[in-house]
Write a protein that binds this ligand. Sequence first.
Ligand SMILES: *Cc1c(COP(=O)(O)O)cnc(C)c1O
Length: 481
Amino acid sequence: MRYLSTRGHADRKRFCEILLEGLAPDGGLYLPESYPRVDAAALTRLRQVWQSQGYAALAFEILSLYIDDIPAEDLKALCQKTYTAQVFGTREIVPLKPLQSAGNAKPDVYLEALSNGPTLAFKDMAMQLLGNLFEYELARRGDELNIFGATSGDTGSAAEYAMRGKKGVRVFMTSPYGRMSPFQQAQMFSLLDENIHNIAIEGVFDDCQDLVKAVSNDLAFKRQYKIGTVNSINWARLLAQVVYYFAGYFQATTANDQKVSFTVPSGNFGNVCAGHVARMMGLPIERLVVATNENDVLDEFFRTGVYRVRGTADTHETSSPSMDISKASNFERFVFDLLERDASKTQAIFGEGLSREGFFDLSADPRFAKAASFYGFESGKSTHADRLKTIQQVFEQYGVMVDTHTADGIKVAKEHLNPAVPMIVLETALPIKFAATLVEALGREPNRPAQFEGIEQLPKRVMVMNADVAQIKAYIAAHCD
Ligand SMILES: *Cc1c(COP(=O)(O)O)cnc(C)c1O
């Protein structure tokens, strides 16, 4: 298996070469040269693997289709080490929960629980694997990596919990001082591992991102201190997410002639892009429904064919903050497929068009219609009022508490139901992470998993700094040996 860039660069790379890289050299995103097809016999075999050996074995089977430069025994061991009941809370790892009304023969929708990992958001599903892959590959090369990133919440803590105590890896994570929820701050700042550095910046999230850009643009510094990232464009993260689409499908169906649909709360289009890959492999997915919040760039595209990125000033701060995205960093992967892998067109609209015009328009391109008709995409959006109402309804009707992002998914899913096809909504976080909005909706605190009792009182390790590039570089340099 070789990987190519969506913008047409001539290089073809193997999995471990792109594992530690971000963008391709031409600014594109990596994708496999072609998607391995899972035919009926292979799907039957994968269902058996899932049923008899569970999630880690299924992950190994699917990853093996894309990774041919890690020996099979090693890859298998990495999957077994990552997906354990101890880390993810249940033997199923991603159990399916039916939301069924009294008197109905069938569930209205299913929730696929992806948020029982260490940081209670679905990002753990990929990040935990990435931590183990990084440690493995860095040891093999005798190299090290310093991850420098910016977070407004979920990504940073998932990365830190995945990399803590890992050999060869350090994490320097900036976050806007005082702006994450108290629970999120406690989660991150209570990590005392030596290789984890929390840097709270006097400023907003964009100030943190500007620091990351400034450091990344200093190529000499970047090389000297082996600076890398773990952002959502990393192909390994996306690949890890493909696995739970298969696991969801096997739980919702009994035979391979049945189809399911998925609704995915979306921001950077990483999660739902993994669904697209699963569907391209041949998993019987009827619809992939993209659910956005008030930041509706993706919904607008699927409705109109116009992709119009928003500036920082036009990005709403919402009560589903992990979807407050005005430019979906993974979207280029899908558009590349939609354009029948026309790299020069992809380069023209994402490379030049977007930076010059701030939008592109595919409404007149005959290929746009295939987003729905061939690739199965639909979309919808949800607002703060929808979110509160959905959280209340789901609690009253099914006795289940959902977080704000999952609520956006359920709201949109219910607008796209087909009685013949089960609808699976991906549960992207647990309610305790967004307690303030749950209290607003239900008048009570959400349940707190036992291992998080009292985390706000734990000792914290965090540096508070100004948004000053020189100061940050000095801090990194001082902590790199
Ligand atoms: C990151 C995140 C999302 C958005 O996922 P994308 O892959 O960026 O589309 C949705 N919900 C939660 C809770 C998240 O942390």
